[in-house]
Design a protein around this ligand. Sequence first.
Ligand SMILES: C[S@@+](CC[C@H](N)C(=O)[O-])C[C@H]1O[C@@H](n2cnc3c(N)ncnc32)[C@H](O)[C@@H]1O
Length: 256
Amino acid sequence: MSRVIGKGEEGDHLRLDSEKVSKFFERRAARIPELGATRAVIYQDRHPDLAEKRDAYERRVLTPRLELDGSQRLLDVGCGTGRWTSTISSKVASYHGIDFAPGLVEHAAAEHGQPPRVRFSVADASDFSLDSLGEHEPFDRVLVSGVFIYLNDDGLDSALRCIAGATVDGALVLLREPVAQGDRLTLVDHHSEELDADYHAVYRTRAELLGAIEAAGGVPGFTLRGHGYVYDDPDLNNRRETQQEWFLLSTGTGAA
Ligand SMILES: C[S@@+](CC[C@H](N)C(=O)[O-])C[C@H]1O[C@@H](n2cnc3c(N)ncnc32)[C@H](O)[C@@H]1O
């Protein structure tokens, strides 16, 4: 059980075991009947009101940043139970949610799927392409909400490259991510009483995230168009070491 701030004893960043991360989310999927679809992915198991408040607040404040007018093709990377689907699917021409946890995708598809306009697929955020998702047109909007903390640095780099490869030039990419406010914090086999499970996550600093985005961008790259804290209401924050932040990126040089 480790909770490491900065680098590990060997001077390297600790790695997450993706099998364990995947098992954690399959267990969350199995607990949907008990927890409900929102808490299954937003947590706060002992503070259900906080989970519901955060969910409503995030959807209200962040959705406009995607600049949707009904014509867009949106990819929701790590869509979980489809928490964003009902808010977004009525504002786009098509929505495709992908997640590596089959139990979460099954729930999302049963609850929100309306193929072919609203689709869900089991896919790894670090290993997908338009072809592998059965898509013929690139996306012009991407949402990644609370997913990169479950990827190692090489997985994050691959995920950013997959996103770049599946989007048009000028696509908007909205990231909502818990960010370390001091040094990077890595949790490996970290037992959480609240979640009744071992937890695994990497909370990167803002500089690390932006560095990864810059490194993966290549040519024409990602451009940072906006950034901020998600919750300006102090009642919605219950952690000091990490804070939810949003980053709006565009691929290439213009807006789609
Ligand atoms: C905290 S939940 C957020 C779910 C959803 N984006 C939301 O905001 O409600 C994190 C999600 O990331 C998914 N995830 C983690 N690692 C992944 C990976 N390598 N590929 C695809 N999905 C992944 C999990 O299965 C889970 O659904």
